[in-house]
Design a protein around this ligand. Structure first.
Ligand SMILES: *[C@@H]1O[C@H](CO)[C@@H](O)[C@H](O)[C@H]1NC(C)=O
Ligand SMILES: *[C@@H]1O[C@H](CO)[C@@H](O)[C@H](O)[C@H]1NC(C)=O
Ligand SMILES: *[C@@H]1O[C@H](CO)[C@@H](O)[C@H](O)[C@H]1NC(C)=O
Ligand SMILES: *[C@@H]1O[C@H](CO)[C@@H](O)[C@H](O)[C@H]1NC(C)=O
Length: 479
């Protein structure tokens, strides 16, 4: 009898704790949550809490960084997840908090979580727009008026420099903070979580000029293959998004859409990430209602958990490397890089490192840096079913004031990598590799994106478990 009472009380307690978790954290509570999380230690995991700046009203924009990588190791990709860019779309802020806990708690026991944290650094900004959030209300499903950063504020997702147009809207403090953040950390993969639809939106959002008769012609990037793949990884690992018709008024084939096809915008954050910083960012629309009742959060979390995990893992598919001076071995920052066939340049970081997400295949990387001979490096991105790994290169640049006709012979370094020094004929222009034998003649042929997507995990089983839990609770209470 005593035992039975104990079980009932225990179940009740678990139920209450369970409930308390599922609410929207106001700005004060969210800061507290992050500070507590930062203090909660777990063997192998390192947390760091930092503010990237302040909102219009002076609220800190807190970022929690989570990793299990070694501090000084090179080649670690940085990922970021952003919530509440629109004040009235706060589902993402709560999903991010639960995702942080899920990663911390799963480290060491869940092999996918462990691999992810052992090989990446994840930065969470759950509250990019605290001022707008403070003005919004639960159960407000539609409307635009408090998406901005406070009264008289701006839509932050129209506030960034644009790839094709001049953005005349003055930059808000939140925008400036995110821009600075992107300068400080060489992010490679990112997602901004929104609400009001169920779809993954990929760049470009901006359109060069409309020469088409179509209402909203696509505006695609040179990395379209990668963006479609990333978008599909998310939608296919979500139990309903990939069906494309989750909300009443919209249809999206496969649950993904090019931003410009949906509706073109100027000054969007994802385009800025990609075109100005080489960071691939997607806009994740994860709930039909922008600000649903807190009671809907458990299901929203279950629906997005696996999709987020698989999405983050994509930061480990592609190439990384470090660019060094061949004599001094000093890192070369701000070298200009380009994957042959993809007309979009990116740069090496302060530490001479670079990252680029790519589908499996054979590639060539064109590297140029002031004062050095241009180089073309060929490499392979392998296909991994589980535990993906970035191809790692070390690229030694030869000072262009040193003559190549001397005895300097190119040296072979990283396995599977061919590095050749060549004299550039025209300054800055990409050059071809002199020895044809070392370059695979075929251009890369990425496998069909569908074959790369890991099938949806049985997230329905968790729903099922919850169901069993509630049924057992009722049975216990009846006893
Ligand atoms: C935030 O929520 C907590 C309860 O969780 C409450 O005590 C506090 O007053 C709220 N703060 C503001 C500024 O609304
Ligand atoms: C985060 O935790 C570390 C370790 O406990 C501590 O040194 C640091 O001050 C904390 N950061 C913030 C912003 O609270
Ligand atoms: C490559 O991109 C630049 C800058 O966007 C553009 O001016 C140029 O026309 C592009 N070249 C090709 C071949 O698409
Ligand atoms: C290249 O070598 C020359 C002569 O040693 C030196 O003055 C110059 O700074 C070097 N360039 C770079 C980019 O290191």
């Amino acid at each position: 009898m005593l035992y039975r009472h104990f079980v009932i009380i225990l179940v009740f307690a678990v139920f209450l704790v369970h409930c308390a978790e599922w609410r929207y954290h106001n700005n004060t509570d969210l800061e507290l949550f992050l500070k507590n999380f930062n203090q909660s230690t777990k063997s192998g995991i390192a947390t760091k809490l930092y503010s990237i700046g302040k909102s219009r009203k002076g609220n800190d924009l807190w970022v929690l960084q989570l990793t299990a990588t070694k501090k000084r190791k090179t080649g670690i990709p940085n990922i970021k997840l952003i919530g509440t860019i629109h004040g009235n779309e706060p589902v993402g802020r709560e999903i991010i908090l639960h995702f942080m806990e899920f990663l911390r708690d799963g480290y060491g026991s869940d092999p996918v979580v462990t691999w992810l944290l052992d090989n990446t650094r994840i930065h969470f900004l759950p509250n990019m727009n605290p001022d707008g959030f403070a003005l919004s209300h639960e159960n407000m499903c539609d409307g635009e008026h408090v998406r901005n950063n406070g009264l008289g504020g701006k839509d932050l997702n129209r506030n960034f420099p644009d790839f094709y147009h001049k953005n005349r809207i003055p930059e808000e403090p939140e925008t400036k903070a995110v821009k600075k953040w992107l300068e400080d950390v060489p992010f490679i993969l990112s997602a901004a979580l929104h609400g009001g639809a169920m779809v993954v939106n990929y760049p470009f959002d901006t359109v060069k000029e409309s020469t088409s008769d179509m209402e909203n012609p696509p505006s695609l990037t040179p990395d379209h293959d990668v963006f479609v793949h990333l978008a599909q990884v998310y939608s296919q690992n979500h139990p309903t998004m990939h069906k494309g018709d989750s909300c009443s008024d919209s249809k999206f084939e496969g649950g993904i859409v090019n931003g410009a096809v949906w509706y073109p915008i100027i000054g969007g954050m994802q385009d800025y990430n990609y075109a100005f910083h080489g960071c691939m960012e997607l806009t994740l629309e994860i709930s039909c209602c922008k600000y649903p009742a807190a009671s809907e959060l458990p299901k929203l979390w279950q629906d997005n958990k696996m999709a987020l995990l698989k999405y983050c893992l994509e930061a480990l598919r592609g190439v990384t490397g470090q660019i060094l001076d061949s004599t001094s071995r000093k890192p070369i920052a701000k070298a200009t890089l380009r994957v042959s066939g993809k007309n979009m340049t990116f740069s090496s970081s302060k530490t001479g490192e670079f990252w680029r997400l790519l589908l499996p295949g054979n590639y060539k990387l064109e590297v140029s840096a002031e004062g050095y001979y241009n180089q073309v490096v060929s490499f392979v991105v392998k296909k991994y079913e589980t535990n993906p790994k970035l191809t790692s290169l070390k690229i030694l640049m030869l000072n262009s004031s040193i003559s190549t006709t001397s005895s300097t012979t190119p040296k072979q370094r990283t396995t599977g990598t061919t590095v050749k020094f060549t004299r550039s004929i025209t300054d800055g222009a990409p050059i071809t590799v002199s020895s044809a034998g070392v370059i695979p003649s075929e251009d890369h042929q990425p496998p069909t994106p569908a074959s790369l997507i890991t099938p949806l995990e049985k997230s329905s089983s968790t729903v099922h478990q919850n169901y069993i839990f509630y049924v057992s609770l009722v049975i216990f209470l009846l006893l």
